[in-house]
Design a protein around this ligand. Structure first.
Ligand code: GLC
Length: 675
């Protein structure tokens, strides 16, 4: 059951697609203050708090303070409060179990037992929002109801589940060809190459640098003939440059965000000074979306939208003020305090949220200050693109994912987890963010495999890949000037090849589970605590989880570890893979086990009575053959059944029953296939 409480006159967010009538009376479970800007909930020792989407720390969010306010935050530390996405859904599971969704586009602070271990406090700046309180038989059921209310999650084309190689610094068409050559030479699977801002002319959206990429259309075709998709980046800021058509059109149409004086707001990002398209305005959003035609018409069918929090490196006014402030110290011997002042004022130049107070949107004729609707910006930018893709070709799915997001955007695209680092702790963070994002509707997600910032090492990339083969978005991406981390750069090329091949072998399963999760409003990555209710050990498992209905994963994420302890909440079959065709199967009883997992091995645990279909693999998603499946089975007392989903990889009719096949294995029979 979902109850909705409406306070004030909030801005519409379009997060909810199934309308719920507003209830009267006090909000259940929570103790609220009189002006509806703060709620408290006493946390008992047994309570766990799940959700909040993209955030640091564990799956159970208890013990820290999180802030919903989309932020270009390159430091994903334990103490980071706000990240790129702002996802206001959480589930309290314990003495009382219920879900909360704050439909509000401004800043919200969730203190989940941080200030006081036994208290959760939620604070909003103003009483203008809808609060949804969700009851259900279990946390999982509450999540399903929530997901149903916010509408079906985005489903990408199947090729987007293939391995993607990315790097900031592939500067020319020749660089792209070289990457493909290296993958081919090493017989490593590859489906897409991402184009970072290097492909643009002076970082201008919807342009191509003609010197570095003299024939982009030809390159897209050439790559396409080899089964490789090129996926360009699009940034939020539009460079201010006379004669640049996107800039000229935006100014002429009045499509950019304004400042307090009504002039086009100016910020500085990669291209230098930019204006931001006012995607919260219908007309401006349509215009911005239609600009993607410039690249779609070259044959491109996938994009990643970046810097759309929106990220602002500095504004002119703040730069001037900062420089003026610092200049007064010139020629002086600094006191310690003065030294700190200089450092502080320079560090406040970038990502300064005060800049948002001088930025305005035209929403249905009303000028709305940006900070009040901040979390919608990246989502609406991505939605503008998705809506245009639907017009461009209504019968085809396109790849689209974004850095900034809020709930509602999950219907239009996926998210990547932003600028992480080549740190071992970020493999675990990657794992733990998956179920939290799933709860909030984001199924198509993944982190920059190998880490974005800092230098990666071979052992780290290898272990990270062993998690990455399970994430829907499987992309290796790294920052300019960091050490190269394409799998062919390292010594154990065989191991990298075999691990990627395993991804392709698992594709029939992963793709089926993905589409089923989207259609059934379910999660793909499920914490054990949500499945094995009443098992206190399962509730504490923070570094292993279910992926779909048949398997559990427990990746190795510690440097030099040659294995790890795994908790089995039931009897399971361990399959230790060395690539797609070499694996060992062992039955394991419920309980704790130390599992040796060599650096080139992947451990998968099949649940009792379940089937894991395995394809022979392939070097492109299009080569994965679903007619020659091996069924790995963990026999139970009953026949095992599995519903396989397979379509043409592009079509939008995902509910067509012709796409599903039931595979079954008799309890006493040798594993085999019955179709
Ligand atoms: C941002 C993105 C990163 C990209 C860089 C340059 O930091 O998050 O992925 O490489 O911008 O475009």
């Amino acid at each position: 059951m979902i109850r909705k409480y409406t306070f004030g006159t909030g801005i519409r967010t379009d997060a909810v697609t199934v309308p719920i009538p507003s209830s009267e009376g006090p909000v259940p479970y929570l103790e609220g203050n009189a002006d509806h800007t703060q709620y408290r909930y006493p946390l008992s020792d047994a309570d766990a708090v799940y959700g909040l989407g993209e955030a640091v720390r564990g799956i159970n969010k208890r013990g820290w303070r999180y802030r919903s306010f989309c932020r270009d935050e390159a430091n994903h530390l334990e103490t980071t409060e706000a990240m790129y996405g702002a996802h206001n859904f959480l589930v309290v599971k314990g003495e009382q179990t219920f879900g909360l969704f704050f439909d509000y586009p401004g800043s919200i602070v969730y203190d989940v037992g941080c200030e006081k271990y036994d208290r959760m406090t939620i604070t909003l700046p103003e009483p203008d929002y809808d609060l949804y309180v969700i009851d259900g038989a279990s946390a999982r059921e509450i999540i399903r109801q929530f997901r149903h209310m916010i509408g079906r999650s985005y489903i990408p084309p199947r090729w987007a589940f293939g391995y993607g190689q990315s790097r900031w610094g592939y500067k020319t068409a020749e660089d792209i060809r070289e990457v493909i050559r290296m993958f081919d030479q090493n017989e490593m699977p590859l489906d897409s190459i991402y184009l970072d801002i290097d492909y643009m002319e002076r970082y201008k959206d919807f342009t191509v640098d003609g010197a570095a990429f003299p024939d982009m259309e030809g390159l897209v075709k050439e790559c396409g003939e080899q089964g490789i998709h090129l996926v360009p980046i699009i940034d939020a800021g539009i460079r201010i440059e006379k004669g640049y058509p996107v800039y000229e059109e935006g100014v002429a149409g009045g499509f950019f965000c304004k400042d307090a004086e009504g002039k086009d707001f100016i910020g500085a990002v990669w291209p230098g000074k930019v204006h931001f398209p006012d995607v919260l305005n219908r007309e401006a959003a349509e215009w911005f979306g239609s600009r993607y035609a410039a690249l779609l018409s070259l044959g491109i069918d996938g994009f990643w939208n970046d810097m759309n929090e929106p990220s602002i490196f500095y504004t002119e006014k703040r730069l001037e003020k900062t420089l003026r402030g610092i200049s007064r110290y010139a020629g002086r011997e600094l006191s310690l305090q003065e030294f700190w002042d200089i450092l502080g004022s320079v560090s406040r130049l970038g990502g300064n949220e005060e800049d948002y107070e001088n930025m305005y949107h035209n929403i249905d004729g009303e000028m709305v200050r940006h900070d009040k609707v901040h979390n919608l910006y990246g989502s609406y930018l991505t939605r503008a693109a998705a809506e245009f893709f639907r017009k461009w070709d209504p019968d085809r799915r396109f790849l689209l994912f974004s850095r900034a997001s809020c709930i509602g955007m999950h219907r239009y695209g996926g998210v990547w987890m932003g600028d992480n680092k080549s740190w071992w702790s970020h493999i675990l963070l990657n794992l733990q963010m998956l179920p939290s994002l799933n709860m909030c509707g984001f199924l198509f997600t993944g982190a920059d495999i190998g880490g974005y910032g800092e230098d990666a090492t071979e052992d780290l990339v290898l272990r990270w890949m062993e998690l990455g083969i399970f994430t829907p978005l499987m992309r290796n991406h790294s920052a300019l000037d960091t050490r190269r981390q394409e799998p062919y750069q390292f010594g154990r090329k065989d191991a990298f090849r075999r691990i990627t091949e395993l991804r392709y072998a698992l594709l029939p399963y992963l793709y089926s589970e993905y589409v089923k999760a989207a259609v059934n409003d379910d999660m793909l990555f499920v914490p054990l605590g949500l499945e094995y209710e009443g098992d206190p050990r399962a509730a504490q498992a923070e570094d292993q989880m279910l992926v779909g209905e048949s398997i559990m994963i427990a990746p190795v994420y510690r440097q030099n570890a040659q294995g790890r302890y795994v908790y089995l909440p039931e009897r399971m079959k361990l399959v230790l893979f060395r690539g797609a065709s070499e694996y060992k199967e062992t039955m394991l009883e419920k309980g704790d086990h130390y599992i040796p997992i060599a650096p080139d091995e992947v451990a998968v645990f099949i649940r009792q009575g379940h089937i894991l279909p395995l394809a022979p693999g392939g070097r492109r998603v299009s080569e994965v053959d679903c007619r020659a499946l091996t069924l790995l089975v963990c026999e139970g007392s009953e026949d095992a059944r599995y519903t396989l989903y397979w379509d043409d990889g592009y079509e939008t009719d995902v509910e067509n029953p012709d796409h599903s096949t039931v595979l079954s294995v008799r309890a006493e029979q040798q594993p085999g296939q019955e179709r």
